[in-house]
Structures are given as structure tokens and as C-alpha cells.
Design a protein around this ligand. Structure first.
Ligand code: SAM
Length: 285
């Protein structure tokens, strides 16, 4: 009996074509077949790398039907590489079904890691906390998006999600309304010519992006986590509330002022004056 081939799950660049590993190039060259989300797209990458391996399409919506002939090749002893349009297959991309079916048939499944927009964005976000919750794409329907975000208000880990340029402004509005103003990073066009890593707060980035005639390109959003189960004390006086934020040490004076101004509906200047006093008090204590 012929032993089965191996299914290699191969990461490809998310923009810059230099971001392909030596191992990925070798595997893409050596396998009998490359299963690809979009064969036209992958053909360009393979041509750039000087690779002539035959391609077969494997895309969302047709995963079940497309998996069978690929599995047949693997069972017959051929090695196959699975790639998506960009980044790592199986991360907000097709792949899981083929991987599962291959494993069910005792076909070895081997990852060939490399770029992913998710990891690239987190790596430059600059948050102290490294644990994060990856949400893929948020639901496109506003009500559903609102429901998902509402369930994450107290999530203390970073929230990371993919977003389309058409929806980013609406989504940031929703984030501001549901999660409050937080530190937030929008990573746009990573590794490409117009790469932009915007780091500020939800309100400021919302204002920035809403002022643009059009947001273009691909986007990853990284949002600071919430304050877990420990909510600011309700009904506290302004000074106590500011001291509470100061003592937790998670917000800068400026961010604490912004949050308290919003939560208590006070004038920013008054909150700012009090914050200066409260922060100075700590210096003396
Ligand atoms: N599997 C891919 C990965 O590992 O990154 C993600 C595929 S998902 C269908 C595509 C989304 O990833 C885009 O809509 C965008 O949100 C994000 N993305 C992909 N490439 C990107 C890039 N160069 N810069 C920023 N975001 C990117």
C-alpha cells in the first residue's frame, strides 16, 4: 500500500513578496500540487518565485467539494501545499475543513509558518499586555456587531480583529460607544508601500479616519482590554475616582481625564485641573 503524501499548510506574504520563508519556497517547489484560494493570485506569487507547480482552487463556499480531489491526491501519495491569498491559511481563511479531513484519513498535516496580519499588527501595537483575543472579522450587521462588542466590555486581554476599509469608521464608532475610549491601534497596509500604523485612542483615530475622503487598504485593529471585573467605583466623588485610576496605573493622566470626563459628563477643563492636583498629591505622598 502506498503511504499518503503530506498536506503542508503554507503561509505566504501579506503584501511584501520578500516575506516568504526559505522553507515555504522549497515546499511550494517540491509538492505535486498547490491548493490555493485564488489560483490567479497564487500564480503571480509562484511566477515571482520562479515556481511552476500546478495549482488547483480551494476556496470558501466550495471547501467540501474541492477537498475531495485534493484528498484523493494525498491518499495516492502526492504532497500538497495549501495556501491562501495572503498570510496563514486557516486564520480567517479557508483551510480547517481540509486539515480535518486529511487528519481523519491519517494524512500527515504539517504547518509551514510565516506571515499573518494578526501577528504583524500585534507585534507593532506596543501594548504591554501580550495576551489577546482574536475575533477574526466582526459581524457585518451592526446589531450583531454591537452584541459581540457588548459581551467583551470586561475582557481584559487585547481585542484584535480584521476590518474592511468601508466599515472601519462605523466599527470605531461602535467601539467608542460600547467599550469606551481606549488605547487603540489601526494597522493599515502592513508590509506594503502605504503601510501606516496609527496608534492613539478610539476617539482620536475615529476622528482621523472619518476626516479622510476614503479609507483604503487592508486593516487590523488592536484595542486595549477592559478593566476586567474591577469597574471604577460608582457614585464616587471626582477626586476619589481620579485617584482610583491613578492608583491602578493603567491610564495616563490624560486618558484618565478623558474617561472620567465622559463617564461623569463634566467639563474637561475642571476634570483636568483636579487630575493635576490628584497626581501631584501622589508625588508628595
Ligand atoms: N489569513 C490571513 C492572515 O493570516 O493574515 C488573513 C486573511 S483575511 C481574509 C484578510 C484580512 O486580513 C484583511 O481584510 C485585513 O483585515 C487583514 N490583512 C491582510 N493583509 C493585511 C495587511 N497587509 N495589512 C493589514 N491587514 C491585513
Amino acid at each position: 500500500m502506498v503511504s499518503p503524501g503530506t498536506l503542508y499548510v503554507v503561509a505566504t506574504p501579506i503584501g511584501n513578496l520578500e516575506d516568504i520563508t526559505l522553507r515555504a519556497v522549497r515546499i511550494l517547489t517540491e509538492v505535486a500540487l498547490v491548493a490555493s484560494e485564488d489560483t490567479r493570485h497564487t500564480r503571480k506569487l509562484l511566477a515571482h518565485l520562479g515556481i511552476a507547480t500546478p495549482l488547483v482552487s480551494y476556496y470558501k463556499g466550495k471547501e467540501a467539494a474541492r477537498a475531495e480531489p485534493i484528498l484523493a491526491r494525498l491518499v495516492a501519495g502526492d504532497d500538497v501545499a495549501l495556501v491562501s491569498d495572503a498570510g496563514t491559511p486557516g486564520i480567517s481563511d479557508p483551510g480547517a475543513l481540509l486539515v480535518r479531513k486529511a487528519r481523519d484519513r491519517q494524512i500527515p498535516v504539517v504547518p509551514v509558518p510565516g506571515p499573518s496580519a494578526l501577528a504583524a499588527a500585534v507585534s507593532v501595537a506596543g501594548f504591554e499586555r501580550t495576551a489577546f483575543l482574536f475575533l477574526g472579522f466582526l459581524p457585518s450587521r451592526a446589531a450583531e456587531r454591537h452584541r459581540v462588542l457588548s459581551g467583551l466590555v470586561r475582557e481584559e486581554n487585547l481585542l484584535v480583529f480584521y476590518e474592511s476599509p468601508q466599515r472601519i469608521v462605523a466599527t470605531l464608532k461602535e467601539c467608542l460607544a460600547v467599550l469606551g475610549d481606549r488605547r487603540l491601534v489601526v494597522a493599515r497596509e502592513l508590509t506594503k508601500l502605504h503601510e501606516e500604523i496609527l496608534t492613539s485612542t478610539t476617539a482620536e483615530l475615529l476622528a482621523d479616519l472619518a476626516a479622510r475622503p476614503r479609507v483604503r487598504g487592508e486593516l487590523v485593529v488592536v484595542v486595549e482590554g477592559g478593566a476586567a471585573a474591577e469597574a471604577p467605583p460608582a457614585g464616587e466623588e471626582l477626586a476619589e475616582l481620579l485617584a482610583w485610576y491613578r492608583d491602578r496605573g493603567e491610564l495616563t493622566l490624560r486618558d484618565a481625564v478623558q474617561r472620567v470626563t465622559r463617564d461623569l459628563g463634566l467639563k474637561r477643563a475642571a476634570v483636568y485641573q483636579e487630575a493635576l492636583r490628584v497626581w501631584e498629591e501622589e508625588g508628595k505622598g
